[in-house]
Design a protein around this ligand. Sequence first.
Ligand SMILES: [Zn+2]
Ligand SMILES: [Zn+2]
Length: 180
Amino acid sequence: MTTSSQTSSRFKDELRILSPWAYALAALVFVAIPVLFVVFIGRDPKAPPFAVRCLLGAIAGTLLACYVILIGYINRDAGRRGMSRLWWTLLAMFVPNGLGIVLYFILRKPRTAHCPQCAAEVAPGFSFCPRCRNRLQPVCPHCQRAVDLGDKFCPYCGGALEPSAVAPAAPAAIQPPLSS
Ligand SMILES: [Zn+2]
Ligand SMILES: [Zn+2]
């Protein structure tokens, strides 16, 4: 898998958290702003020519729709990072020049994940759940370090990686805890 396709699929996954109202509002803005520019500003005798109004309307509509999508994203994303959804949404909306949005992406906390087996909170980058030893990420069977799914050899110890050994373990395939 190439990096660009990974990035785009991650981008699609991220957009999936948006609520339908954010999409609806963005679509409305995307249509309403050009109409406003072309029809209503056109009634002003000093208005710029039709083609210029179309272009300005399309640009303004696209920018505002992106702005709405970003605010909708922050509204959802803040929640899954344990940050205040209300305050960050308000900041993103009302701090001028999009600075609230920029601030959010600088200050946002790392996303907390949960172990699929015991629901314990696990930090990004953990290979095993610290509470139940569930395997969270593909790991090298020889040195237990995190590896990529597509790798054939471990980048740390050079050991051969079999596809079945690297795949995240299903609950049934979990190794029993080491006896002490
Ligand atoms: Zn666990
Ligand atoms: Zn290894």
